[in-house]
Design a protein around this ligand. Structure first.
Ligand SMILES: [Zn+2]
Ligand SMILES: [Zn+2]
Length: 295
């Protein structure tokens, strides 16, 4: 199948499910945020702006994601590299507990791999100015809430898909049916967790803070306070922050304000959200004025 065919069939399958998956899962978290907000309860326009950004990014990312996947397969063929085969079948054949263990492995093996890759992609985004130019859109939410979970610029999604799918695709050869199932189970778990930890619920879960990312742990990552900059990068498992020295365990009453303040106020329109970072990158790439050149 060529690029156009894959794009068309993916778009057909994507649109009906996109709205279904983007709105109803937010509802229980929105209710909780309105009852137990961290500071000020998020307003409808905060949710609306995040939804607009996430839906437009999903549409704009699709062609880039498909191109990255096809390119990964081409590079693999070109290199003649034999990827490592991996299957969940052996786990499933364990007596009695086999099927349950297989589902758990399908959630946690991809999650562990994803999070290791995510940790480094995310840490690089905070270091490299071109990548930060679009990642800061996610951080610019002044009232971080459950709908911030997918407030990502489309180029950020494309870069992360490229970084994880492309590199993992080169290393591991998964059975396609199993890969689909594993991606589904782990995505459901991760999406639920991300909706939860972005929510502005005043919840303290110290017993969980080192095992899974919690709302308080991720709030530190979005904090406006310089003391919290470049902390808690993990998407699901804080173990990577603990091992690589970027973990900040939240204190009892540590619920910082989020956003980027005067440095980068939150964009007020979908156009400035999606095209502002492109203009900023364009300016970075423009040659600087050379005073030696005669005018
Ligand atoms: Zn970040
Ligand atoms: Zn976030």
């Amino acid at each position: 199948m060529n690029f156009a065919h894959i794009l068309l069939s993916s778009m057909k399958g994507m649109f009906p499910s996109l709205l279904w998956w983007s709105v109803p899962p937010l509802i229980p978290f929105i209710i909780a945020e309105q009852i137990w907000p961290v500071h000020k309860a998020p307003r409808w326009r905060d949710y609306g702006m995040n939804l607009l950004i996430s839906l437009s990014s999903a549409c704009l990312t699709l062609p880039l994601g498909i191109a990255a996947g096809l390119w990964s397969a081409d590079v693999r063929n070109f290199l003649g590299w034999k990827p490592i085969s991996f299957s969940f079948h052996t786990i499933g054949s364990v007596p009695t507990a086999g099927p349950a263990l297989r589902i758990l492995a399908m959630i946690f093996v991809p999650l562990f791999l994803h999070d290791f890759w995510f940790y480094w992609a995310h840490r690089i985004e905070h270091r490299v100015p071109v990548l930060w130019a679009f990642h800061r859109l996610h951080h610019s939410d002044e009232l971080m809430n459950t709908s911030t979970w997918a407030r990502d610029h489309f180029l950020q999604n494309a870069w992360r898909a490229f970084f994880s799918v492309f590199t993992l695709g080169l290393i591991i050869d998964l059975d396609f049916t199993e890969a689909g199932q594993a991606a589904f189970y782990s995505f459901m778990f991760l999406a639920g967790l991300s909706l939860f930890y972005h929510s502005a619920i005043r919840a303290r879960l110290p017993w969980l803070d080192r095992i899974l990312v919690t709302p308080q742990v991720h709030r530190i990552h979005h904090s406006i306070d310089p003391e919290h900059y470049n902390k808690n990068f993990a998407d699901a498992l804080p173990i990577f922050d603990i091992v690589f020295g970027t973990y900040h365990r939240p204190q009892k009453d540590e619920f910082p304000v989020t956003g980027l303040g005067a440095y980068f106020p939150a964009p007020r329109s979908i156009w400035s959200a999606q095209f502002g970072p492109l203009l900023a990158i364009g300016k970075m790439l423009m040659p600087k004025d050379n005073p030696q050149i005669e005018k």
